[in-house]
Ligand binder design. Structure first.
Ligand SMILES: [Zn+2]
Length: 114
């Protein structure tokens, strides 16, 4: 029998204790890994060159439209599938999501709205 099956709730206690010892640990981990991912993807919007990291979205090029599951979004997955991702600023990402294209570029995607 697996450890987690023999010790139900064990990992819940470990995670809770970790947060008590280090408040913000998951937020900090997420922000650190997001910065690394943005660095790997070129640190700027592919279309307009915006560099403010708070405006940048990590776009999953194949999209998950019509697929039953979302793809993993953690740093390891991004590193292992780097060509499936690109950086877009919030405006260009939204334009792509809403219209299926970004005006003045060849970037397109089929989606829920297009
Ligand atoms: Zn942009």
């Amino acid at each position: 029998m697996a450890f987690y099956a023999r010790n139900p709730g064990y990992m819940d206690r470990v995670y809770k204790n970790r947060v008590v010892k280090k408040p913000g640990i998951w937020r900090d981990k997420h922000r650190r890994e997001r910065r690394i991912a943005i660095g790997l993807l070129g640190e700027r919007c592919l279309v307009c060159g915006a560099t403010n990291p708070n405006w940048l979205h990590i776009d999953y090029i194949p999209t998950t439209n019509g697929k039953p599951y979302r793809h993993p979004r953690h740093l390891k997955y991004i590193k292992e599938h780097i060509s499936d991702f690109r950086l877009l600023c919030a405006n260009h990402h939204y334009e792509l999501t809403l219209t299926g294209t970004i005006a003045g570029t060849t970037i397109t995607q089929s989606g829920r709205y297009s």
